[in-house]
Design a protein. Structure first.
Length: 172
């Protein structure tokens, strides 16, 4: 577990990802260039921007997605957050964050990168920065009941075809 293994995992995920659109391909190249110039770019301490680990958590049957009403962002978004030095990979960080924020045990991480997004934000650093989100698809076990953590104003399942109007989540 190290900064180097996080960086290597982010780089490998982006290098092996096959984005479907020109904007996604452009974002992929920008993120790879960022990582090429930022050896500690997977940690929140990197104020110009940092890789974050996001989890798009689906119900066992894929009909619902678990969203959090984020207190700082003020919108319904996917779960996830900052990588920590104790995380070995960005995917592992996404699974850790999803478990912590949902209270659901036995989440299943799908292999590979689900998508990527970039968001300007003032996060816990207290200064404007940019979150470079690597998104992972995670599936909850049947009957999973989420438990809201202190990191959320609200937490609930939403039908994938009836998301709240202000939701900011990538669904494929």
């Amino acid at each position: 577990m190290s900064v180097e293994s996080l960086h290597a995992s982010a780089t490998e995920l982006l290098e092996t990802w096959c984005p479907g659109t020109d904007p996604e391909r452009s974002l992929r190249e920008a993120m790879l260039a960022f990582l090429g110039s930022a050896p500690r770019g997977c940690l929140r301490e990197h104020a110009p921007g940092h890789i974050t680990a996001s989890a798009v958590v689906f119900s066992h049957d894929g009909r619902e997605v678990l969203l959090t009403l984020h207190p700082r962002v003020g919108r319904w978004i996917q779960l996830g957050g900052h990588c920590e030095e104790r995380d070995e990979t960005v995917a592992g960080a996404a699974l850790r964050e999803a478990t912590e924020e949902s209270g659901i045990a036995h989440l299943r991480l799908e292999p590979g990168l689900y998508g990527a997004q970039a968001h300007p934000i003032t996060c816990s650093l207290g200064v404007p920065t940019r979150h470079l989100d690597l998104l992972f698809r995670i599936t909850a076990p049947a009957g999973a009941i989420p438990v809201r953590s202190h990191e959320s104003t609200d937490l609930r399942w939403w039908p994938v075809n009836a998301l709240p109007a202000d939701a900011d989540v990538l669904l494929r």
